[in-house]
Design a protein around this ligand. Structure first.
Ligand SMILES: O=C(O)CCC(=O)c1ccccc1C(=O)O
Ligand SMILES: [Mg+2]
Length: 382
């Protein structure tokens, strides 16, 4: 057990490119591969903590990219971490407070600090966050397919695997008729739709028809930065709206809930700037009786491990998008890989994120490595 503040010595940015087993299509584009950073943060005892930056190569989902993340981390955020030792990970978001947005860059570093903190405290990351579940239920997100027949086959396979709910990506032209067909084949399926901002209030009639299909929720139907039109839409729909892209902070969550823009919130650690902010949103939603679930960003095992730890908190009452490692990857970079059995992940009981980095596999995907050291920074200054 180490009680002294964390004195970060070095941060290594491993840039990886991992090919997806199959392309993943959303209303905003198709992913063939995943480019991202694994953050390795080394403390004064030589212990390593790990984080993952979830920004994509292109600014489709949000304005951040792999390159903006690299700039923000190297030139702005890491120097702030080197300034003084860190007694608790909550201090990281305070230290980053003067920097506007860039939530995914902030979150990647903060995640590594949380992992280090948990390891030094000899706690699982889940316990360090206050989570008490031993197991979590998960669902799976299915991209837009080229035919309904293919979609039905894919759903059927994932239902057989035991996933607790199926999320279907929709866009104009791939929505009501497709979902209706799915409902016909799977009358009792816990299913939901994610539009990734593909609609506007002009589509009100179509969106209202989705009420017939007994969806658990519809995720982010309208603009990525909207909470006003979503409130108008929610007042017309019986299906709960879940916000994803529109929520970047506790304040956003508060406003959306007060306005009636949504009845459910998808928490993505990267989108809201880290685990500390995720906890704040979680606690607020618990108080307000708003169900939350943990979203996904096509993460490698490191990001999955963080999602799993967060989902151990009590208000994560709906299955999230943290599917097994082999849902996207031929070989994941952690050991053991994330395994989903009958829709359930058992939270690892080792300290920190609870999974080991597989360095051999990491290196096989690595296209660049940048090390930022505390002493370097000092020597540059002198
Ligand atoms: O399986 C996952 O990691 C989540 C897949 C997913 O739905 C998604 C993937 C990429 C970008 C945005 C989203 C989303 O939740 O909107
Ligand atoms: Mg979404």
């Amino acid at each position: 057990m180490i009680y002294s503040p964390i004195d970060i010595q070095e941060v290594c940015l491993h840039r990886l490119v991992m090919k997806l087993k199959e392309p993943f299509t959303t209303s905003f584009g198709t992913f063939q591969e995943r480019e991202f950073f694994v953050i390795e943060m080394v403390d004064e005892h030589g212990l390593s903590g790990f984080g993952e930056s979830v920004a994509f190569a292109s600014p489709w989902y949000s304005e951040e990219t792999v390159k903006t993340n690299e700039h923000m981390m190297r030139d702005i955020l890491i120097p702030l971490l080197f300034k003084d030792p860190i007694a608790h990970p909550d201090e990281v978001s305070e230290r980053f407070g003067a920097i506007r947005r860039n939530n995914m860059a902030k979150s990647a570093l903060e995640g590594a600090v949380w992992d280090l903190f948990a390891k030094r405290s000899n706690l699982t990351l889940a316990n360090a966050l206050g989570g008490e579940k031993k197991q979590i239920e998960v669902g799976i997100s299915i991209g837009i397919q080229s035919s309904v027949k293919e979609l039905l086959e894919i759903i059927s396979n994932h239902v057989d695997e035991g996933y607790k709910r199926i999320k279907i990506k929709i866009k104009p032209g791939w929505d009501y008729d497709v979902l209706k067909e799915v409902r016909k084949h799977f009358p009792d399926l816990d299913m939901m739709a994610d539009a990734n901002s593909a609609y506007t209030l002009k589509d009100m009639e179509l969106l209202k028809r989705l009420d017939e299909l007994d969806l658990m929720m519809i995720e982010q139907p309208l603009e990525h930065d909207d909470i006003i039109d979503h409130a108008k839409l929610q007042s017309q729909l019986s299906t709960p709206i879940c916000l994803d892209e529109s929520i970047h902070s506790l304040e956003d969550a508060r406003k959306a809930i007060e306005l009636g823009s949504c009845k459910i919130i998808n928490i993505k650690i990267g989108r809201v700037g880290g685990l500390t902010e995720s906890l704040k949103i979680h606690n607020y939603c618990l108080e307000k009786g708003i169900p939350v679930w943990c979203g996904g960003m096509l993460e490698s095992g490191i990001g999955r491990a963080h999602n799993i730890a967060l989902t151990s908190l009590s208000q994560f009452v709906l299955p999230g998008d943290t599917a097994s490692s082999d849902r996207y990857w031929e070989k994941d970079i952690i050991e053991p890989e994330v395994i989903v059995e009958n829709g359930i992940i058992t939270i690892p009981d080792r300290p920190g994120i609870g999974y080991e980095l597989n360095r051999e596999v990491l290196e096989s995907y690595r296209v660049d490595k940048k090390i930022v050291t505390k002493s370097n920074k000092v020597s540059l200054k002198s």
